[in-house]
Write a protein that binds this ligand. Structure first.
Ligand SMILES: [Zn+2]
Length: 372
């Protein structure tokens, strides 16, 4: 889920809005100002209804944000980075930098969100109870109490990607000592939950409530996609754990002198030897940069005789580099985090290969084909 607008940072975590959020903001604002508040307080002006609805809607989103911050605080405390929190059409999502290392961490991280919502529900219940003399506080706090309790309950449904699915995974992980098995079970539960929502939505449409039915089916569809995506991610994670960068990197590289003209490289090394990536050596024999076939094709062919490798290479000092022995999954996470597509792999201070997303995909594909 990508943020389309940044709202600033809380606890160092960037908070963002996805455009789809505005749709639900508008719908909620409309339904509160034209339905709920006029029913609760007849004889007020439209302005008053809109004002109350706006304040309540904003507090609802603050509640969602606090739910996500609940997850994030526990993540950060356990050394897991939080890349950002994004509010979107179905609520909020905190992007966690890496998988939790133990079932205990996963459990606490997952339960922190619903507990936050439960706490907020209790807080608004308290306000509702204390607000009896100030009537205009009663209906908004009652609404916010209900919605926070709903958030806590809904999120505890035991299926990925909901918090309850993560709690379930943590428990199975603890009992079975297998992260992979726990994930598969939680993902299957998630898909059952997702299809139930779709079924419920279709039933609701058939019985005549088109809008609510469509909404339920839409939630089901979203949950289904997320459950499958999570299972795929973990599948990849499992298959790459214990694999070093050197095992998966591309060795399809060659070294070329910085002064070599592009025409010579194309003739001798690209067409002659089938290589695609070049480490460019300086006068001292040290590798100074990286040159790819893509960079070459960006130069008009007519200039190939006059342009040298050293002129169009990416200086290696400016690139992110990885050691050959590093854990591949950690490297992939870092590449994701910093939006790096490819990086040289270093062994004893010399580049020995290139790691890229494509290369890792190829490696996984090969593993699948061979069944290893
Ligand atoms: Zn949550």
């Amino acid at each position: 889920m990508k943020a389309s607008m940044n709202l600033g940072k809380i606890l160092g975590i960037p908070i963002g809005l996805n455009y789809s959020w505005f749709l639900v903001f508008t719908l909620l604002l409309f339904s509160l100002s034209s339905g709920y508040f006029p029913a609760e307080y007849p004889r007020l002006t439209t302005d008053a209804y809109v004002l109350m609805a706006a304040v309540t809607t904003i507090l609802f989103f603050v509640s969602v944000l606090l739910h996500e911050l609940g997850h994030s605080v526990i993540a950060i405390r356990n050394g897991i980075s939080v890349k950002g929190i994004t509010l979107f059409i179905f609520g909020g999502v905190a992007q966690i930098g890496s998988q939790p290392q133990t079932p205990g961490v996963e459990f606490r991280m997952a339960i922190a969100g619903p507990l936050t919502s439960l706490g907020l529900g209790a807080l608004f219940a308290g306000i509702y109870w204390l607000a009896q003399p100030y009537t205009y506080l009663a209906a908004p706090s009652l609404y916010l109490m209900r919605i926070n309790l709903t958030l806590a309950l809904f999120n505890m449904i035991p299926g990925f990607p909901l918090d309850g699915g993560r709690v379930l995974r943590a428990i199975i992980w603890k009992v079975s000592a297998s992260f992979g098995r726990a994930t598969r079970v939680a993902s299957i539960c998630g898909q059952i939950v997702a299809f139930s929502f779709v079924g419920w939505g279709v039933y609701t449409i058939i019985t005549g409530d088109f809008m609510n039915g469509l909404w339920l089916a839409f939630i089901g569809w979203f949950l289904q996609n997320a459950a499958v995506a999570e299972a795929n991610y973990v599948n990849t994670y499992e298959r790459l754990s214990g694999v070093s960068v050197a095992q998966a990197m591309s060795r399809d590289t060659a070294e070329v002198p910085a002064l070599a003209p592009i025409s010579q490289i194309v003739q001798e090394i690209v067409l002659g030897q089938g290589k695609h990536v070049f480490f460019v050596d300086g006068f001292d024999g040290q590798v100074q940069g990286l040159l790819t076939l893509q960079q070459i094709t960006r130069i008009p062919q007519i200039n190939w005789r006059f342009v040298t490798a050293g002129q169009i290479m990416t200086p290696i000092g400016q690139m992110c580099r990885f050691e050959a022995g590093e854990d591949l999954m950690k490297v992939m996470e870092k590449m994701d985090e910093e939006h790096i597509d490819e990086a040289p792999v270093i062994y004893h201070d010399r580049p020995v290969g290139l790691i890229s997303r494509q290369q890792v995909q190829r490696y996984l594909h090969l593993k699948t084909k061979l069944g290893v």
